[in-house]
Write a protein that binds this ligand. Structure first.
Ligand SMILES: C[S@@+](CC[C@H](N)C(=O)[O-])C[C@H]1O[C@@H](n2cnc3c(N)ncnc32)[C@H](O)[C@@H]1O
Length: 154
């Protein structure tokens, strides 16, 4: 499987969020390749626009982009595993996009093939990297029939 790319705003420094991401990313076959976009300055709209331009410029041609966004669909983990399989089988480069403190620019959201929410709450963008990597690992476990994922609940 070709590696998916994570394009995320901000520089993740050493600390608990970096460790969380590294722990799950290391379990992915293959791990996500990470491209960090520098945080922009200006008004909220300028920040979104500048960061958005940099995100779009970082996307390889024909990329199937999945934007992490509160307004996106929120599948359960099995549904996400099925979506991931469909995206990977498209044969196109796959990239997940995470915005910065001001969120993703409308131009980025409009260009994305899919929008994915990790529930209705707003999470810090550096934590979202680890949460996404965990769900990608869970999707891998679901497809492999690995007991990491226990679907049963009372
Ligand atoms: C602090 S949030 C930005 C909040 C911004 N006001 C907005 O509504 O997008 C930074 C980034 O983290 C990601 N994010 C935060 N919470 C999320 C959630 N529940 N689902 C998906 N992505 C989320 C998104 O990529 C977002 O652009």
């Amino acid at each position: 499987m070709k590696p998916a790319r994570l394009i995320a705003v901000g520089r993740l420094r050493a600390g608990p969020e970096a460790e969380l991401f590294a722990q799950y990313n290391a379990r992915l076959r293959p791990p996500l390749a990470v491209t960090e976009i520098p945080e922009a300055r200006g008004s909220a709209a300028e920040v979104r626009r500048r960061e958005g331009e940099a995100i779009l410029a970082a996307l390889p041609e024909a990329t199937l982009a999945v934007a992490l966004d509160l307004g996106g669909a929120a599948p359960d983990s099995e549904g996400f595993a099925r979506l991931l399989t469909r995206w990977q089988e498209s044969g196109r480069p796959l990239a997940f996009l995470i915005g910065g403190a001001e969120g993703l620019d409308p131009a980025v959201l409009a260009s994305a093939e899919a929008k994915l929410a990790l529930g209705p709450m707003t999470w810090p963008h550096f934590l979202v990297r680890g949460m996404l990597a965990e769900q990608l690992y869970r999707a891998q476990a679901i497809r492999d029939g690995h007991p990491y994922h226990r679907a049963w609940r009372p």
